[in-house]
Design a protein around this ligand. Sequence first.
Ligand code: ATP
Length: 444
Amino acid sequence: MQNEQQATMEKIISLCKRRGFIFQGSEIYGGLAGTWDYGHLGGELVSKLKDSWWKQFVTAREDMYGIRAAILMRNEVWEASGHVAGFSDPLVECTKCNHRFRADQLEDKEKCADCGGALGDARQFNMMFKTTIGAAEDSASVAYLRPETAQGIFVNFKNTLDAYHPKLPFGMAQIGKAFRNEITPRDFIFRCREFEQMELEYFTEASQWETHFEHFRGEMLSWMESVGIDMSHVHELEVGKDDLAHYSKRTIDFEFDYPFGRKELFGLAYRGDFDLTNHKLDYFDEATGERFVPHVIEPSFGVDRALLAVLLSAYREEGEGENMRAYLKLKPSIAPVLCAVSPLLKNKPELVEKARTVFSMLKKEFGNVMWDDNGNIGKRYRRQDEIGTPFCIVIDFDTIGDPSNSSGQEKTELLDTVTIRHRDSGEQERVAIVELVEKIKSQI
Ligand code: ATP
């Protein structure tokens, strides 16, 4: 089972590279561990995931304010948030080969997994990337790349109050890059040093926190389902008191069954009044004339882990040997390419011309439509299957009413119709060009 699962992971990684979803960062120079570059298709998929998140958690609601804060932040922010003192993992180093490991992830805490040498004592290693701002490299100019998007939200709490005068409860959301100097980046895009988060902080009166916690728990589950994450692989873990992060009073980890084990996908935390108190921020309730510090519920999502869970949930293989077909059963709303349009043969100008007209019509309507005239039709289907394209549209001789090449059916009946081939079933149906847009829309 373990081998089979590992094989799935290798297949996904290879598909992602071969088909242009995800590449190793700085690859032509040997790669930079913990960094990944998204190619055209991976980038499209990521945009779709982020758009659907933003729509559900921000634009569809009345009580949410979206922000885009700076990645570089002053070190006072991270002192107040507790990250300078406490955002660290236990690091151990092999005394022989000097390889480094995260102590809490080791099965054998005495011996090096790589060379068998003795491991040294664990010490705390701060995971924030430090940099200096300006020409003088003194401590006054130290800044950190944010290790989470959350603090960018808290430091804009007052700005948001002053600008929009929201009443409690309300939330602030942000999608953006985060950086962590992970000791052992691993498992493809699961643990990176540079990654993206989608986070929101929901501010409420203390007495209401449980209601909102439950609400966002449901919202998180419904978003996962909506983007096609296999919910039978999602598990909720109530984090024990001893394992809670320094700021949290209650946390649920949503875990996913990855091929490399059951690990965290997203988190939902009750942060109490920790952050606002530390940043010396509060809220004035005009109705009661009271000033107090709101409490916070934080749903936190990793974009890259979401993408990995979506890809793993969508990957399918059918048939064996030569006839094996691999495809990504992505939801049409998420698929990087919604439909591919092909002329049956690329050397027949009349087919190409008609196919170009259909292509332009669909491209104008949907945007993510691909022109595909490479290789024979079987190869095109395979390639489109692998990138998860739900619909392949083919323009053939019947479409243009060419009697010499007609399939033998009454040609006027098929004139101006095309074939839609469905990714999951492999079935084909004949649809009139004038009905094509509506037909596809009804299946998104
Ligand atoms: P882990 O225990 O796996 O290191 P965490 O508990 O430190 O994760 P949080 O600080 O809660 O993670 O971050 C919120 C979310 O950001 C996580 O649920 C995950 O989706 C994502 N995330 C965190 N660290 C990474 C990373 N190194 N690479 C990719 N995504 C990450």
